[in-house]
Design a binder for this molecule. Sequence first.
Ligand SMILES: Cc1cc2nc3c(=O)[nH]c(=O)nc-3n(C[C@H](O)[C@H](O)[C@H](O)COP(=O)(O)OP(=O)(O)OC[C@H]3O[C@@H](n4cnc5c(N)ncnc54)[C@H](O)[C@@H]3O)c2cc1C
Length: 397
Amino acid sequence: MSANTDIFISGGGIAGLTAALAMSRLGLSVTIADPTPPPAGAEADGSDLRSTAFLQPALQLFQEFGIWDALARYATPLETLAVIDCTGDPPHPKTERAFKSSDLGEAAFGWNLPNWLTRKFLTEAVADAPGADLRLGTGFRSILTREREAIVTLDDGTKVRARLAIGADGRDSPLREAVGIPTETTRYGQKALAFTVKHDVPHGNVSTELYLSGGAFTLVPLPDHNGRPASAVVWMNDGPEAARLMALDDQAFSEAATMRSCAVLGQLTLASPRRAWPVVTRRATKLVAERTALVAEAAHVLPPIGAQGLNTSLHDVRALIELAKEMPDDIGQRAWLDRYAKSRERDIHTRARVIDLYNRVCRSDAPPVQALRSLGLTLVHDVAPLRKGVMRAGLGS
Ligand SMILES: Cc1cc2nc3c(=O)[nH]c(=O)nc-3n(C[C@H](O)[C@H](O)[C@H](O)COP(=O)(O)OP(=O)(O)OC[C@H]3O[C@@H](n4cnc5c(N)ncnc54)[C@H](O)[C@@H]3O)c2cc1C
């Protein structure tokens, strides 16, 4: 059996679902497939426990496609970004600075939402969207492309013929593999542990990043959890230390996290399972192939600092939407795909370089780099034009 559609999307993560919603709102027919079942809740097996601080451009996208009103009441605004350069063992703060969004006349730098929740709302919106065919529990298996179309086979044997196939199927993208686009990967020997904590001291909508050798420890505000203040944590570590921490029992792990956080929010208590993610920079060497475009982690994976990963992905989705609006009859044609690649390559390259450097500086224990880190933080904060420039860049435009 085969179905015809304008767009086929492999991968129903946040990026794939956002693309599906946006394309269907443009009046295009979309088929989106993902082998995982619909997201249930934070406690469900395999639930994505990360949270994403959505920056302004992502927010605008969600507003434009009518999803933001439903999400807004679960989102925590990040009004202040506190940066603390730490030293010693146990760690203690050496240099501290706070960046306020009000300094730029903005309500917040971004809005933080748990990934499973965002995916749940997007799934429901796509299921209701006219022209969208959502196939959860069915994955992409293979693709055959020719000049006029892509013919996709799903893992239940059904075939989909599309003008354009979008690979939004994550860092190990099966669609990217199938069309033969190679990747370049930088490994850091680091792992990022993602989990949520309850704590004694209210976060006051402040997101806190603490730098120390091994990598950044980031606390991002969440709504209260059973009446207690709560935050999402991303804790980057060298591989062996990450393995040691993952093996600790919950109480010992909570103690270790409290110590690493310099107790800025008082005692931290683990409030979710923990998940470890390898930290890499990976870039697809090309963003397009015949009748195929890559977006999000299928195209680029960044270390999880500076809230850039998914936000960069939504810039990819935005670029596809603008082209679909501008040249609807040419969707998937070579010139159309080339324009997509051209519009995204430079931005992706620059962000990957900056985040790579940022990660190396943040995790270094070499005294000259540490001194530079503290000096850099002081300068960036205390020199007003520099501070405002960096803050504007951090807003994600
Ligand atoms: C610890 C951590 C914290 C982060 N924090 C932030 C943050 O604060 N801000 C930010 O902007 N970014 C952040 N990121 C990055 C962000 O989470 C990722 O960029 C984003 O989740 C990736 O989205 P995606 O849709 O590309 O991939 P995924 O969410 O991985 O989705 C890919 C989908 O493809 C599906 N798939 C796999 N195989 C197939 C197949 N054969 N057929 C069809 N579908 C398939 C998968 O089931 C999955 O649902 C963080 C990353 C990490 C590791």
